[in-house]
Every structure is written in structure tokens, then in C-alpha cells.
Design a protein. Structure first.
Length: 146
């Protein structure tokens, strides 16, 4: 899981869906104030699925470094206690996610088409050699006599 780990605390003025972090955290996450982030609980066992909440991030110089402050409702959704470590990462917008997937798919199709073209060319040469033996070296076809 990407992102950074922060200690979770309850906000002094709770408001659902908002999180406050020290201003130095924003560049690490690659976000600007007011953008969405994902906060994940950290699983202690492999069979336990981490819980997630999406919140809007705000910078606050009064928040300690290494801490994220969220509402009690958001802490409850994560099923963590105050003081626990959580993973915080940038929420990738759907348009960016789709663009990346389309780019990868286009590249794969382009590579596949290149390989297919090579295969067709090779197959055509093999078939041509079977049909017209002695013409494998791109020799001109003999012209019929008049």
C-alpha cells in the first residue's frame, strides 16, 4: 500500500469528512489543500481487510507532524482507536485512473498488432515458398514466353 503512515487523533472541532494534517504532509502525499485522500486502517493479520474512509484534507500548522486529525465518526468507520497508526494516500480521481488504464491498454494493443503483423508476414513468406519453390530469395518471377 502506498502513502504514508500517520497517528490518528480526534479533531477538536469535529466535522464529518474532513481531516487536518501538518502543512508539511501535503507535498509527501502529492495533494493540495481541499483535495480528497484515502485513510486506511492498518491490518494486523493477513485475513483482515483494512477499512477505508475518504476525507478532504486541510493543512494546519497547529497539528503536530506525523498526526492526522479526523472526526470521531470517521475514526469509528475505520474501526481504530485514537493513537493508532493509519495509512494515508492520495485518492486518484476516476478520470486519471481511466486515462492510465486506457494508455496501458492502447500500448498493449499496439505491441500486439506489431507482433501480429510480423507473424502474418512470416506466414505469408512460408506459404509463398510452398506455392512457388525457388522464389524464397525474392527472385523475379519468370515471364511467360510468347
Amino acid at each position: 500500500m502506498e502513502g504514508i503512515e500517520l497517528i490518528i487523533q480526534t479533531r477538536a472541532f469535529p466535522s464529518h469528512g474532513r481531516a487536518r494534517v501538518h502543512e508539511s504532509v501535503l507535498p509527501f502525499l502529492g495533494v493540495k489543500e481541499g483535495e480528497a485522500i484515502e485513510v486506511h486502517s492498518i491490518s494486523l493479520s493477513d485475513d483482515e481487510k483494512p477499512k477505508q474512509v475518504i476525507v478532504t484534507i486541510y493543512a494546519d500548522a497547529m497539528v503536530e507532524k506525523g498526526v492526522i486529525r479526523v472526526s470521531p465518526e470517521d475514526i469509528a468507520k475505520l474501526a481504530v482507536a485514537e493513537g493508532d497508526m493509519v495509512n494515508v494516500q492520495r485518492k486518484v480521481p476516476i478520470t486519471e485512473y481511466i486515462s492510465k488504464k486506457v494508455g496501458r491498454t492502447g500500448k498493449a494493443v499496439q505491441e500486439g498488432a506489431g507482433h501480429m503483423g510480423e507473424s502474418i508476414e512470416k506466414g505469408a513468406k512460408e506459404v509463398g515458398a510452398k506455392i512457388m519453390p525457388g522464389n524464397e530469395k525474392n527472385e523475379p518471377e519468370p515471364k511467360p514466353e510468347e
